[in-house]
Design a protein around this ligand. Structure first.
Ligand SMILES: Nc1ncnc2c1ncn2[C@@H]1O[C@H](COP(=O)(O)OP(=O)(O)OP(=O)(O)O)[C@@H](O)[C@H]1O
Ligand SMILES: [Mg+2]
Length: 274
């Protein structure tokens, strides 16, 4: 049997006998390896968290853009429920609406029509000021390009959402130590971003996202800028955060191996659920 992405000699023999043309055998072997890999990765999937309350509920979301005379339908009739503590991968081709959906769920963008409930709150109905406060308290964002402040050290970068929320400074600083430990950067608090690797920078961004103890983390291609070793570290970290803090994690990814590790994959195609 193909294991860990490799075909054994016996596999190759079998496929060469099955097909007249070697090229067909090669295609079949590839498929075989891909399936074995998928099986191996999905068998590691934790049990879906579907018995917990729903934390995100989208109903008939539409998002249309107008560019000159052309209308772009970025989201079309998207309805979905996500449960507390779920780890969801949002996938689909470029331009299929993944970022638009993530930003709409997170209240960074407003739908043209439809509703988004986060917990019991219909976020499309909140005023900008209330939405901004709600976002800060409920949602942690992580992006592909980290967006650290180059002139602040690691500790100060992690503290940025705390400064905006205006929470008690002393409690916050104790919590920074905790989240820095959670992401394995407790030794780096006084370092500047320029002294860190890409993987470490993303871990700072994740610690920053955790600071206000969000119920939900929304991550848009958080491994898009990282090599495979660091990507794995980041995904392992999301799994640990989900386990230790009970955080719901929704992650946009192009990486099928990451999608297999999630509890559930939600796929978009041309702005619709596939
Ligand atoms: N501000 C905007 N103005 C006009 N069109 C937009 C805007 N933002 C997104 N779109 C369009 O909406 C569609 C969905 O875009 P979105 O960024 O959500 O895709 P995506 O799935 O995240 O793609 P990628 O994988 O490349 O990041 C695309 O056709 C895009 O061009
Ligand atoms: Mg995108």
């Amino acid at each position: 049997m193909a294991q860990r992405g490799r075909a054994t000699n016996a596999d190759i023999e079998k496929y060469l006998q099955l097909f007249d043309r070697p090229i067909d055998a090669v295609v079949a072997i590839r498929e075989h390896i891909e399936n074995a890999k998928k099986q191996q990765l999905t068998s590691q999937r934790p049990t879906p968290q579907l018995d917990t309350p729903i934390v995100v509920s989208a109903r008939h979301l539409e998002r249309h853009y107008r560019i000159g005379k052309k209308r772009v339908d970025a989201l079309q009739d998207v309805s979905l429920d996500i449960h507390q503590g779920e780890f969801v991968a949002l996938t689909g081709p470029s331009g299929s609406g993944k970022s638009t959906l993530l930003q709409t769920i997170g209240g960074l963008d407003k739908p043209s029509s439809g509703e988004v409930f986060v917990g019991d709150t219909n976020i499309a109905k909140l005023s900008d000021a209330k939405l901004s406060r709600f976002r800060g308290q409920t949602i942690g964002f992580v992006f592909q390009f980290f967006y650290l402040q180059p002139f602040l050290n690691v500790k100060q970068n992690i503290d940025v959402p705390g400064m905006f929320a205006g929470t008690n400074r002393k409690n916050r600083h104790a919590y920074i130590e905790k989240v820095a430990r959670a992401v394995g950067l407790e030794e780096r608090l006084s370092h500047m971003p320029s002294e860190l690797s890409g993987g470490q920078m993303q871990r700072v961004a994740i610690a920053r996202a955790l600071l206000n103890k969000p119920k939900i983390i929304l991550a848009d291609e958080p491994t898009g800028n990282l090599d495979s070793k660091n990507s794995k570290i980041i995904i392992d970290l999301f799994e640990k955060i989900r386990r230790d803090f009970g955080t719901t994690i929704i992650i946009v990814t192009h990486d099928q191996e990451i999608a297999y590790r999630a509890d559930r994959e939600i796929r978009l195609l041309d702005g619709r659920l596939a």
